[in-house]
Design a protein around this ligand. Sequence first.
Ligand code: NDP
Length: 275
Amino acid sequence: MQLLDGKKVAAWYRRRLRTQVEARRKDGVYPELAIVLAGEDTASAMYASSMKKAAEAIGLQGTIHRFAATVTEETLLSCIERLNGKDEVFGILLMLPLPSHIHANRVINAICPEKDVDGLTDSSVARLYTGKPSFIPCTPKAVMAVLAYYHIALAGKEVVIVGRSNIVGKPLAQLCLQENATVTVCHSHTQALSQVVRRADVVIGAVGKAACITGDMIKPGAVVIDIGINCKNGKTVGDVAFDEAAKIAGAITPVPGGIGAVTTTMVLENVLTHK
Ligand code: NDP
C-alpha cells in the first residue's frame, strides 16, 4: 500500500512557485494575492490569515481587505472593482460565507475572470464544464495534483466520487472526465452506496461524515482519495475509515496530511497561472 503524502506534493509545488515568483520579481513584477474578508466568521478569518502567510512564504504579496459584518454590498462591489483594476493584483480570493444580507452571487461574479483564483465565478465554472482553460477550485485541483505527482493515470479507470457539492464533487467529476475516466457521482440519495463504491478503481470521498466509507466498500488495490475533514473525539479524521481501508487499498491519502495539505498551494498555483 502506498501512502499518498500531501505534504510532499505541496512542498514540491511550493518550490516551483517560489522560483516563478522570483523570476517575476527580477522582471520588476510583484504579484499580489488580494483576500477579501467580510464579517466575523472565525473559520474564514483563520483561512484568510493562513492564505496570506502561505502567499508571503513563496514571495507573493498577501493583502487582507477586511470589512465588518455590517458592510454594504456596494462597498464590497467597489472593493472588488478596485482590485480588478490593479495590475499588481494577480488573484482575488473572496472568503465565504459572506454576511447573510449580501447577495454572494453578485459579489462573486464581480471578480474579473482573469483573477478568479478560486474558480467561483459563473464564467470559470462554464469554462471548466466546456473543457476550456479555467481556474479550477483548489480542492479538486489538489486531488488532480496528488494523482499526477504519484503518476496515477485515470484514463479508462472507474472513478466513484461520493459527494456532489459545487466546490468539490461536481468540478472533480469534470476533471476526471477530462482525464478519460468513467465517472460516477454519488450523493445522499444514492442507493446501495457500498456496491457502487466497490466498483471503483479510484474512490474519492467528499461527504463530510467521519469514516462513512468503510474498508469493506473498497475494491482490493483501489486508489482511495479522502477529501473529508471531520472532527471525531477531538481528532481530525476523513470520510474514509483509514485503518480498515489502508489494508485493502493500493494507495490512500491520510487525513490530515493528504488533500487538505495541498489545497492552499493550489490557490497559489492559480495566482501564478494565467498571467
Ligand atoms: P457538502 O456538505 O457541500 O457536500 C456533501 C456531499 O455529500 C453532498 O453532495 C451530499 O449529498 C453528500 N452526502 C451526504 N451524506 C451522504 C451519504 N450518507 N451518502 C452519500 N453522499 C452523502 O460538503 P463539501 O463538498 O463542501 O465538503 C465535503 C467534505 O470535504 C467535508 O468534510 C469538508 O470539510 C471537506 N473539504 C475539505 C477540503 C480540503 O481542503 N481538504 C476543502 C473543502 C471541503 P446531497 O447533495 O444529496 O446532499
